[in-house]
Design a protein around this ligand. Structure first.
Ligand SMILES: Cc1cc2nc3c(=O)[nH]c(=O)nc-3n(C[C@H](O)[C@H](O)[C@H](O)COP(=O)(O)O)c2cc1C
Length: 398
């Protein structure tokens, strides 16, 4: 754990009205000891549990307790500190403040600061176990996850009521580590607009039949998540995928056929700096889609026609194009050919005949090829490979 990373960081510590508020005094001390500039905001209720002087004494900063305090240089305290913040931590977070943050009810400076800031937000709930399990609190927590906020805890343990349930605020040491891990994350794709394609396209034959492929979309989803985590604004354009878990903060657009996928990309591509095309796009479509279900005796053959080549059609001089090559033979030769014929910056080639790699699997073994050469990777998780691809692609958007 690299504690030094915290030095000179502006951390807003928001404390709401829970018995666990006493733990945040110790947390503020841990942060200040490592050189952080900690600005505390207390809700009115929190003042019943902890004193302003404890925090101001430790942080050497005035504590904000309301909108009309005017203690900072700008005299609009919550906006002033929000703009400077590197991270905002709400610990403890009561059911009340969680609901207000989820809805953007800005009746106290905690919510006002969160709304006015672009800094990452960590929420550490603390409450009675049944309160935490309630539909309302769970719904609000889901909203916060949707905003890409980090939810820390709560942990299971003895609560103020004497019950042993999930509701205890994460310990200060854990929250300290979570803050460090946020600062340790690479944010090298910040301000980058990215498109990722994933999954298999669907070409209809008639109302019940279609042509598709075995793509699960997992590789593209992992790339979209890696881009999001590294600060990019990501649109995931996808066909048929197995699932899209943990894709909060990623804009998802479902497109059925190759033509739909192409049209969607064409509409968005001009405002993007990078497109990573991992979707398995059907090379052919059905020439005449039947409006009626074709009788089985009349289905001897289907006339196909070529789909447009989406990857090739994108202007490689305006955007960093990353393509995929799923090969069953001559992996490297075909990848190098594709690099120039499709005007890509990078081709990620994988051998789909390898066991435990490729379609549907959680792992992939790939070679990344660009004009500087190739890099061959051992079998690894798709998530790890996604980061390797981004490490390599970064030079094309600098
Ligand atoms: C002794 C005591 C302990 C409390 N502990 C909690 C708690 O741990 N979690 C919580 O959500 N509410 C707790 N409450 C209720 C909140 O203080 C109350 O909902 C208050 O309005 C929260 O305001 P705030 O979110 O603006 O701080 C407690 C109340 C009392 C009297």
């Amino acid at each position: 754990m690299n504690k030094k990373i915290i030095k000179n960081k502006n951390i807003i510590l928001c404390v709401s009205g829970s018995i666990a508020a006493y733990k945040s005094i110790y947390l503020s001390s841990l942060l200040v000891k490592e050189g952080a500039n900690v600005q505390v905001i207390l809700t009115e209720s929190a003042k019943n549990f902890v004193g302003e002087s404890s925090f101001s004494g430790i942080t050497h900063n005035p504590v904000i307790t309301g909108y009309y305090d005017s203690k900072t240089s700008l005299s609009i305290d919550h906006i002033d500190i929000a703009k400077k913040a590197d991270v905002i931590l709400v610990a403890p977070a009561t059911a009340n403040i969680i609901a207000k943050i989820a809805l953007g009810i800005s009746s106290d400076p905690i919510v006002g600061s969160i709304l006015a800031s672009k800094a990452p937000v960590i929420i550490a709930p603390a409450m009675d176990g049944d309160m935490f399990k309630s539909e309302q609190v769970q719904k609000n927590i889901t909203e916060l996850i949707g905003f890409n906020y980090y939810i820390s805890g709560p942990e299971k343990g003895r609560l103020a009521s004497g019950m042993n349930e999930f509701g205890r605020m994460s310990e200060p040491d854990i929250l300290f580590e979570e803050i460090i891990s946020i600062f340790s994350k690479k944010k090298d794709y910040e301000k980058v607009e990215a498109i990722v394609t994933a999954g298999g396209t669907i070409e209809e034959i008639d109302p019940v039949r279609y042509i598709s492929n075995k793509s699960s979309g997992k590789m593209g989803i992992e790339i979209a998540k890696a881009l999001r985590d590294r600060g990019a604004s990501v649109t995931l354009i996808h066909g048929k995928i197995d699932s899209a878990e943990e894709t909060q903060g990623i804009k998802k657009i479902f497109t059925k056929s190759a033509i739909e996928m192409k049209n969607t990309i064409d509409n968005l591509v001009d405002k993007c700096q990078i497109i990573i095309m991992s979707a398995a796009v059907s090379d052919y479509k059905v020439k005449n889609i039947s409006k009626e279900k074709i009788k089985k005796d009349s289905l001897d053959y289907i006339q196909l026609e070529k789909n447009p080549d989406i990857l090739k059609g994108i202007d490689g001089s305006k955007i960093a194009k990353v393509g995929f090559a799923a090969e069953s033979e001559n992996l490297l030769i075909n990848a190098k050919k594709k690099l120039s014929s499709k005007d890509c910056k990078i081709i990620v080639a994988n051998d789909i005949t390898l066991e435990g790699s490729g379609f549907g699997s959680d792992n992939n073994k790939a070679v990344i090829v660009d004009l500087d050469g190739e890099e061959s990777f051992p079998l690894m998780s798709k998530s790890k490979l996604a980061h390797k691809i981004l490490d390599r692609a970064k030079k094309f958007i600098d």
